[in-house]
Design a protein around this ligand. Structure first.
Ligand code: BTN
Length: 183
């Protein structure tokens, strides 16, 4: 598997976008120790714009740098401790988002409407991430799974808006990249 310079550039740019979104301050929700952040918008965008392979590289590169201690998460935090925290499950789930969205979208190649892309993005970028994160949170903080899932519902409205935005921007940028690659 060989990545060309242009693909490496796309991966690096998308990783940079996820990092920059981390500069937008977190919003604490009070009921659970996991804030509202904007970086998951970048993760969904990586999936739609770059697809399975490059999207996973881009999110993986971001998470690797965080794991190695770079303060790239919202609130300028990072390190192994970020993964061993109530937010750990959300971060782990992020890695699988481009894979799940990319593979599913590839089955709809000729029917990739806004709604189909949004729905797939919502299922894996919102429902899957929030459910996985809630299961991890329940295990980590010793609260019941039911309480964690109910508390996590607070993320759904904002995450749904992020999925709409990611779909809107992502489809446009993806189309542009495809056209550029054809020329
Ligand atoms: C971190 O910065 O430590 C990671 C925070 C994870 C936040 C999760 S992502 C899905 C859900 N939606 C949000 O806005 N916040 C949580």
């Amino acid at each position: 598997m060989k990545l060309h310079t242009i693909q490496l550039t796309h991966i690096a740019i998308m990783t940079a976008i996820i990092i920059v979104l981390g500069f937008i301050p977190p919003i604490p929700i009070g009921i659970i120790p996991v804030p509202i952040v904007l970086q998951n918008l970048g993760v969904m965008l990586a999936a739609i714009v770059l697809g399975t392979k490059q999207g996973t590289f881009s999110v993986g590169l971001f998470l690797l740098m965080v794991l190695l201690g770079m303060p790239f998460l919202t609130g300028q935090t990072g390190g192994i401790s970020s993964f061993c925290s109530p937010s750990g499950g959300y971060l782990i789930a992020w890695l699988f988002v481009p894979l799940l969205i990319g593979i599913t979208l590839s089955h709809f190649k000729n029917h990739q409407t806004f709604f189909v892309t949004f729905l797939i993005t919502w299922i894996f970028g919102v429902a899957f991430v929030d459910a996985f994160g809630a299961f991890f949170l329940a295990w980590f903080t010793h609260i019941s799974i039911k309480s964690a899932l109910i508390a996590g519902l607070a993320f759904i409205p904002g995450d749904t808006l992020k999925a709409i935005l990611a779909t809107w921007i992502g489809l446009r940028v993806h189309k542009h990249l495809t056209l550029v690659n054809q020329n």
